[in-house]
Design a protein around this ligand. Structure first.
Ligand code: NCD
Ligand code: ZN
Length: 347
């Protein structure tokens, strides 16, 4: 049995860092493990301009604890709206700071009310992104209330994604946090330059986890957890070695009071043990040797950034995840709170 693995330092290609005191609370968890992260722009108000993205980037860099300074690079994204100016795309590309633009269908998830109401309104912007080779990141769910919550990703493929790939054949895209066999199959079979991120929680849990002995708000995220056949399809994709699939935690911290609530927020917090969660999933699939390309190579190659130089080591060691973390003046409940993990990253 393997007792230790060393891999090239990984990157997180989909992360929610929030802002202010909340960001200060969670940032060290990510920066300890990952060299870079694609930082989501769904703040309030959203990050819609290069100026806002640059200022946010500075706030992240200043919030890094001394021990992690110069060890972590935030890769910024813009939040696409119905009114994003074409000129902002040119500025984004020139900035060197903004690495992608995120599409949230309006109302699809946390802080998405300023998102896109009709993708046709963004065609000029998408054309410019295609010309500038700036990737489009997709929250791939329709918001149509007539569509079952568990089907919204599949319907998005037919209604939005397929037409987009046909209209913009060279626009690089990332289908974020895929959760279904359908999404995996689409990405795998498409001749379009499209990739997908896969979260650790969608590799470890199926939708039963939401209802285990009662309702479990800390297992609620969007896109919502799916059936076991879908979890298996995600795991197969992650361990396949196909460079179209890479690590993106979608770690999404919310305070305890906003999760344990009559109308709880969507989001699962995994940054505290992200690489350990992925190692656990890969080990269960007998594919620990496939962790490195998934976690450390495929994303960098897709974003056309250099692979990282350093390494991290994970040891076979049982430890207990804390019950909670401080989160500004509140608490944050992490995935596996109070439960054991059997891999631990060496500090
Ligand atoms: C994310 C958040 O809280 O910002 N929540 C989630 O459940 N994943 C938003 C998102 O990525 O959908
Ligand atoms: Zn997200």
């Amino acid at each position: 049995m393997l007792t230790s693995i060393t891999i090239t330092r990984p990157d997180d290609w989909h992360l929610h860092l929030r802002d202010g005191e909340q960001m200060r609370a969670v940032l060290p968890h990510t920066a300890r493990q990952f060299a870079r992260a694609i930082v989501m722009p769904n703040l309030r108000p959203p990050v819609v301009s290069v100026a806002q993205a640059s200022a946010y980037r500075q706030r992240i860099l200043s919030a890094l604890p001394a021990a992690l300074k110069n060890q972590f690079e935030p890769l910024m994204t813009l939040y696409l709206t119905d009114n994003t100016p074409v000129a902002e795309i040119v500025r984004a590309k020139e900035s060197g700071v903004v690495h992608a633009v995120k599409l949230y269908p309006a109302g699809a998830t946390t802080n998405s009310d300023a998102g896109v109401t009709d993708i046709m309104k963004c065609y000029a912007v998408l054309e410019m992104m295609e010309a500038q080779d700036l990737p489009l990141l997709l929250h791939g769910e329709v918001t149509d209330s007539a569509v079952d919550v568990f089907d919204r990703e599949k319907v998005f493929i037919d209604r939005v994604l397929l037409p987009l790939t046909q209209r913009f054949p060279h626009l690089r895209m990332v289908f974020e946090h895929v959760t279904t066999r359908d999404a995996v199959q689409f990405v795998k079979e498409s001749s379009h330059p499209i990739a997908a991120t896969i979260t650790a929680h969608h590799l470890l849990l199926n939708r039963n986890a939401i209802f285990q002995g009662g309702i479990r708000p800390h297992h609620y995220c969007l896109p919502v957890l799916k059936r076991e056949i879908h979890r298996k399809a995600l795991l197969d994709a992650a361990i396949s070695g196909n460079p179209k699939f890479f690590l993106g935690t979608d770690s999404a911290p919310h305070s305890l009071s906003s999760k344990e609530n009559a109308c709880g927020c969507a989001g699962i917090y995994t940054a505290h043990a992200a690489i350990e969660f992925y190692a656990t999933a890969f080990e269960q699939a007998g594919a620990l040797d496939r962790l490195e390309p998934f976690a450390s190579f495929h994303g960098a190659d897709f974003y056309r950034l250099p692979r990282n130089q350093g390494t991290i080591t994970l040891n076979k060691e049982t430890w207990t995840v804390p019950q909670h973390f401080d989160f500004a003046d509140e608490r944050l409940i992490p995935l596996y709170a109070g439960n054991a993990l059997t891999w631990k990253m060496a500090s």
